[in-house]
Design a protein around this ligand. Structure first.
Ligand code: AMP
Ligand code: ZN
Length: 114
């Protein structure tokens, strides 16, 4: 989608540090990490957020979770643990309106909201 920073990363118009890629998803390092491991996993298809999921496009959620599993194993944090976080909409603090899941770990993580 025009003007979407993550679509530009997917197209290679903006640089990123890629950690995983297949035909459905791309994962790259967050530019402003909050933990030793902080990866963003995004669908290659532009979907603004969870509100735009449909039965037709929701298969990408499985692809994202499978990518998270692969990345956590590759980075050696699968057994110690990690979080997969999605922010949907303004009240959740979503700043980039292209669906993404934060994979964070590599250290004991802070207080849980839930
Ligand atoms: P959210 O607040 O859930 O919408 O998360 C957006 C995330 O995208 C933030 O953690 C930003 O640090 C990250 N981000 C924004 N621009 C870039 C970029 N060009 N490369 C990597 N991460 C980015
Ligand atoms: Zn996009």
């Amino acid at each position: 989608m025009d003007g979407c920073i993550f679509c530009k990363i997917i197209k290679g118009e903006i640089g990123s540090t890629k950690v995983y890629e297949n035909d459905k998803v791309l994962a790259f390092k967050d530019i402003n990490p909050v933990a030793p491991v902080h990866i963003l996993i995004v669908p290659k298809e532009h979907i603004a957020n969870v509100n735009e999921l449909t039965p037709e496009n929701a298969g990408v959620l499985a692809d994202i979770h499978l990518a998270a599993k692969e990345i956590a194993q590759k980075l050696g944090i699968a057994e110690k643990g990690y979080r997969l976080i999605n922010n949907c909409g303004a009240d959740a603090g979503q700043t980039v309106f292209h669906l993404h899941y934060h994979l964070i770990g590599g250290t004991p993580l802070g207080a849980k909201l839930i």
